[in-house]
Design a protein around this ligand. Structure first.
Ligand code: HEM
Length: 423
């Protein structure tokens, strides 16, 4: 496809706004405007929207221009992130997820993460402003605050942050500053299946979890039992009493750790406390994918899990950068939005706001290679080709068995015909 500005082909084809930025041409309402760089991008509106409050008050403060630009750029990128995330959520919504979409899902997740990296860096642009420069126009900001960014709230909700995990803000709901359609969007995003819900559902169906198939969980549980028995024997064989005590304590911790995943009731308790987010079955799926990540069918899923952790990390780093920048600018003063400021922001740099916390903790349950259950040949074959609903997988083993059976039946028939003939 050619660039819309490269030739005359597209010129005049679109009803575009005039260069004044409004949609009604004053010259001739029926004649479409010539497509230009400016009106294609609606630059009049975009560039005309940096309105400095200090200037309106007859006291122009140079740095307010930067402050507005940075916030506007953030909002544009938030919009793009939401756009990409909606498409990923849509692809994850089908049951089962079409595995041929995994590359596109990962490409879009990678894009979201790239944007997040830009957003992290932008905090440093704000830091080129001194606290004196900021305080010179802060009085013109009134009660407005980044806390009111409704796109940021929609983004958090679409990722999977639920209201009960949030730290309280001046003893009020996080939505108390939002009204009308903005509030509706935030509430709608609370109700829709979030990335966390969709990833959970997808993980629960990971191939290899089937109890009548590979039954990964039974094999994993056996391996853990074997590993703990070996460890216990090692402890028993230690002769030095002091060393034995240390090894015993280590063994108990290890056992407790693995009990927390093998015993579903412990897992569910941790889940109610918000320390774990994924269902037990989904956690099994995540472990399965991470153990057998080198199998072709798990390449993209494993990368997807890494990208989800990257996104969580980047958001956490943004929260941290923003918190430090806010402290540098306002110290321990209250925020313009009415929160305690730095203290409030510090409370958000925590695992409560880490959506995929279970993926970060997955390696707690990794087993030494010798204890990882071996894949039978049949399962290895099943994991060597990606599955797609449009391309039903062929169970080669069953196919060759059926073929063998038919050959046997045919030769049997042939034999009986020969016998009949000779009789
Ligand atoms: C001088 C620069 C900045 C300062 C001093 C500052 C300070 C604060 C403070 C104190 C809060 C807590 C709410 C309140 O009481 O107001 C807050 C929240 C917030 N700010 Fe900023 N901010 C700055 C720049 C930015 C920028 C550039 C963005 C980009 C969009 C941003 C986005 C947010 C968001 C999304 C929240 C809500 C965070 C949450 O509730 O988890 N801020 N900011």
């Amino acid at each position: 496809m050619s660039c819309p500005f490269s030739g005359a082909a597209l010129n005049g084809m679109f009803p575009t706004p005039n260069t004044n930025g409004n949609n009604s041409s004053t010259k001739d309402k029926n004649k479409p405007e010539k497509l230009t760089y400016g009106n294609y991008l609606h630059l009049d509106q975009v560039l005309g929207s940096n309105v400095m409050q200090s200037e309106l008050h007859g006291d122009p403060i140079h740095d307010e221009h930067l402050f507005i630009t940075v916030h506007q750029v953030y909002e544009l990128w938030f919009k793009q992130i939401l756009y990409e995330m909606d498409s990923v959520r849509e692809m994850l919504s089908s049951i089962p997820v079409d595995e041929s979409h995994m590359l596109l899902i990962n490409t879009r997740m990678g894009r979201i993460n790239m944007i997040m990296k830009l957003l992290l860096e932008q905090v440093h642009v704000v830091e080129t402003m001194t606290p004196f420069d900021f305080s010179a126009f802060r009085c013109y900001l009134g009660g407005s605050s980044g806390f009111e960014s409704y796109q940021f709230r929609v983004l958090e909700n679409k990722l999977g942050i639920v209201p009960s995990w949030r730290t309280s803000y001046a003893q009020k709901s996080y939505t108390h500053v939002h009204h009308g359609p903005y509030l509706e969007d935030i509430k709608q995003a609370e109700k829709e299946p979030s990335m966390l819900n969709l990833v959970e559902r997808w993980l629960e169906r990971a191939p290899g979890l089937e109890e009548d198939g590979f039954n990964f969980w039974a094999r994993f549980s056996d391996s853990v039992e074997r590993m703990l028995e070996d460890k216990s024997d090692e402890v028993k064989n230690i002769e030095n009493e002091a060393e034995k005590e240390i090894a015993k304590a280590e063994y108990e911790t290890l056992k407790e750790t693995f009990d927390s995943i093998l015993d579903v009731s412990i897992h569910d308790k941790l889940r109610t406390r918000g320390e774990r987010r994924l269902s037990h079955k989904a956690l099994q799926g995540a472990l399965l994918i991470s153990f057998y990540r080198n199998e072709v069918r798990f390449h993209q899923p494993y990368q997807f899990l890494s990208l989800l952790m990257d996104l969580d990390s980047l958001l956490m780093k943004w929260r941290s950068n923003h918190m430090l920048m806010a402290q540098r600018m306002i110290g321990s003063k209250a925020g313009t939005g009415g929160s305690s400021g730095y203290q409030y922001l510090r409370s958000t740099v925590s695992d409560r706001y880490k959506v995929f916390v279970d993926l970060f903790n997955l390696c707690t349950f990794h087993l030494p290679p010798a204890y990882i259950p071996q894949l039978p040949r049949r399962v290895k074959r099943m994991l060597s080709i990606p599955n797609s609903p449009q391309m039903p997988t062929v169970d080669m083993e069953r196919l060759s068995l059926a073929f063998k059976k038919r050959m046997e039946e045919d030769s049997h028939k042939e034999l009986s015909v020969q016998e009949e003939n000779s009789a």
